[in-house]
Design a protein around this ligand. Sequence first.
Ligand code: DGY
Length: 321
Amino acid sequence: MSTAKVFITYAILEKGINLLKEKFYVDVYDGEDFLTKSELIRRSKDADAIVTQLRDPVDNEFIESLQKAKIIANYAVGYNNIDVQAATQKGIFVTNTPGVLTEATADIAFALLLTVARRIVESDKFVREGKFTGWKPKLFLGYDLFGKTLGIIGMGRIGQAVARRALGFGMNVVYYNRRRLPVDIEEKYNARYVDLDTLIAISDYISIHTPFTKETYHLISEERIKRMKPNAIIINTARGPVIDEVALYQALKNGKIAGAGFDVYENEPLLTPGLEKLDNVVLLPHIGSATYETRDKMSEMVAINVIEALEGRIPPNLVPE
Ligand code: DGY
């Protein structure tokens, strides 16, 4: 057994931890609250590998404090919490967990879409509160999915998995992506490429699947929100800062669009004040990948990345700089 130390900044699922324990000394933080930045630095500085969470601020200061690290393995597909350039300059690998959470995240996006469109949360509350006195013609009217246009922003793995679901629901799919997809993939999902402003203007439903980068910050700006259809429902399971959340809150509050489903927030875990009071939103606590199967696979993937790096090989899931 090697003497290398792996520090895991928050307890992940056992499968990955056990794989790592077979080979290395593993230090797992298993408290409830996340570590403060100074604690993170203190416990990571002599580690050979660090398994980080999407809310750990892996910035230049953190990276500079690392004395031996060969790899930072993020327990997420997104890696906007990591200064990849600073890590690369220091010769530290950065990896993520692509692919394994695609279907779980697409399920949550679709669950939000249905839940907002058909007012599931409001209806459930109504029944629980003893207000259901019998069927009524206008009770909890929502919106159809069938025949409607779904605009997918970001047509990578998760966007495509959402498109596949939309096909089954009889929706028309349009998409916007940095690069247009090959025709055979467009045909597979019956998806039409449009520019972002066209997507915003013609979609009944909009689902965000783009990573958070400098370019996608407030991609869904106040201006764009103003150009959405009055019946539009927007779903975000990607990253909060892609949407101007205050502007979206105003639009939802004033009935300018029909609804929204959030799994992520601009200043997570804080919400724009008042959002929690609106009936036309559904709010989830960032559970896109939260299934037993998926989180198990994510833990296995971070373990494999760490093992490869600490045994002198290139880890399979290096992120682009
Ligand atoms: C990710 O992996 O980036 C998700 O947001 C959390 O699992």
